[in-house]
Structure formats: structure tokens, C-alpha cells
Ligand binder design. Structure first.
Ligand code: DQA
Length: 254
């Protein structure tokens, strides 16, 4: 039975072919806007702004100005805004207080369709962000990254499940494989979690070894795949022009 999807602007996550997200990783306004132009012309389903790359992310006024300029350039392509902390593979380590302040600013600006919130922070603050996002009509994608290893299948499924219990609209888990067996662990966890959980999930096994996980989402149940239209934001991402063909070739017709 098909799950009910999550509306994100003009797209629905959790049904049919996985949606393609292209990240923007510029460090300043000029690079952010020129990457946005390249991303838009590559024709993704959604765009991710990785604000941890932005040099002025802690300057509220500047963050708001660039968020608005970016949004105006996206031609209605839905926007996901993500601050990835250093311990999860991002650019900057922050105190929880600053991390949540930035998340709150992003919600208050109302210039995004979705926000990424990392699972491993103070739980009551996460819940507050999820509630505030919902009140503002912003979708929460809760995430966890394991940048050095692939946890056991049950651990992956439990974390995705916990994200749903906390109130996320979508649960996301990225892991690093050390072997082909690790890749299979992530794929199996995806297949099981997708059947067990009511919320849509996003998973990936990073690096070259894990590339298969970036094209197998329709079969196993991962609803978004991240692709490049220039800079990659994580290892193993496939250029969008090729990924579109891969997803079309693997599309299930019945
Ligand atoms: O969570 C993810 C997934 C990702 O880490 C990947 O492996 O494609 C890329 C990040 O930009 C994004 O926030």
C-alpha cells in the first residue's frame, strides 16, 4: 500500500520516483546565487541550501537577505535549508544554543519549504523546533549522519523510528560504508524501515561504495536522493544529468 506522501511546495515526497535534491554550498552571497542559477538550470525537484558553508550564517540580517534573494531565484523549486554541524560532516561546530538560534531564524524568515534538524541535540529543543516549523507550514526532515561507519541494521531502523516519534515529517540517515556488506546493511535497513514506519524516509550509504543507494530509492523506499550540479556536499553524490537517467531506467512501471 502506498504511504501518504508529504507535500513540499509543488512536489510530494514519499511517492513514486525519488526526488532529486541539488545542494548549494557557496561561502558568500555571490557564489550562493551563482550556484543557485546552475542548480535551477539542471532541473532538480528540490534545492538544498547548506547554510553551514555560508561565512555569515551567524549574522541574522545577512542570513535573511541571502535567504530571500535565493528564494526569489528558485522559480518555485522547493527549498530545504540545512545547517550540518561538524560532527555530522558539516563545516562548523556550534553550541546547541547557536544551532537552535539559527534553526529558529530560518523558520521565522519563512523563506524555506523544509528545514533539516539533526537528531542528536537536546530533545526538548528539537521538539520545539519541529512544533514551530509545523506552525509555519515548514516540513521537518530530521537527520543523522555517521561519517565513519555503518551502524547495525537495527540501530539504523531505531534511529529513523525515533525521529518519527519525536515528530519529524521525514526521517533521514546517511552512513559511511567500509565494505559491500555495510552497503547491504543500509539497503536492508531502508527496505525494512520503509515497510515498518508510516513516515517517508531518506537514506544513503556515502562514498563510492555506496553509490547504488543513491539510485535504488524507488525499490527500497528512500524518497530523496542528493545529486551534484557542480560542487558535492557529501561523498558519492552522482551528477544530476546521469542520475536522472539512472532513476528513469530503474523506474517500476507497475
Ligand atoms: O543529509 C544530506 C545527505 C548528504 O549527506 C548526502 O550524503 O547526500 C548531503 C547533505 O547535503 C544532505 O544534507
Amino acid at each position: 500500500m502506498a504511504k501518504s506522501g508529504v507535500n513540499l511546495g509543488r512536489i510530494v515526497l514519499g511517492q513514486g520516483v525519488p526526488k532529486i535534491a541539488v545542494p548549494i554550498t557557496g561561502r558568500n552571497e555571490k557564489d550562493i546565487l551563482s550556484q543557485a542559477k546552475a542548480a535551477v538550470s539542471a532541473g532538480p525537484d528540490l534545492i538544498e541550501w547548506r547554510i553551514d558553508f555560508f561565512d555569515e550564517v551567524t549574522n541574522k540580517v545577512k542570513l535573511h537577505d541571502v535567504a530571500k534573494l535565493l528564494r526569489d531565484d528558485l522559480n518555485d523549486i522547493p527549498l530545504l535549508t540545512t545547517f550540518r554541524t561538524r560532527s555530522e560532516g558539516g563545516q562548523v561546530e556550534l553550541s546547541d544554543e547557536t544551532y537552535f538560534e539559527i534553526c529558529q531564524n530560518i523558520i521565522d524568515f519563512k523563506q524555506t519549504d523544509a528545514i533539516d534538524v539533526e537528531l542528536f541535540h537536546d530533545e526538548s529543543s528539537i521538539k520545539q523546533i519541529v512544533d514551530d516549523a509545523r506552525l509555519s507550514g515548514i516540513v521537518t526532515i530530521m537527520s543523522n549522519h555517521e561519517f565513519t561507519k555503518t551502524p547495525d541494521k537495527d540501530v539504523i531502523i531505531n534511529r529513523l523510528s525515533t525521529m518519527g516519534e519525536i515528530g519529524a515529517d521525514i526521517a533521514k540517515m546517511a552512513v559511511m560504508p567500509q565494505s559491500s556488506t555495510d552497503v547491504l546493511t543500509l539497503l536492508e535497513a531502508t527496505n525494512e524501515a520503509n515497510k515498518k514506519l508510516t513516515l517517508p524516509i531518506i537514506t544513503m550509504s556515502m562514498g563510492d561504495l555506496g553509490k547504488i543507494s543513491r539510485i535504488s530509492g524507488e525499490l527500497l523506499g528512500s524518497c530523496v536522493t542528493f545529486a551534484t550540479a557542480g560542487e558535492a556536499s557529501a561523498p558519492g553524490q552522482i551528477p544530476i544529468s546521469r542520475l536522472k537517467n539512472d532513476l528513469a531506467d530503474l523506474h517500476l512501471n507497475e
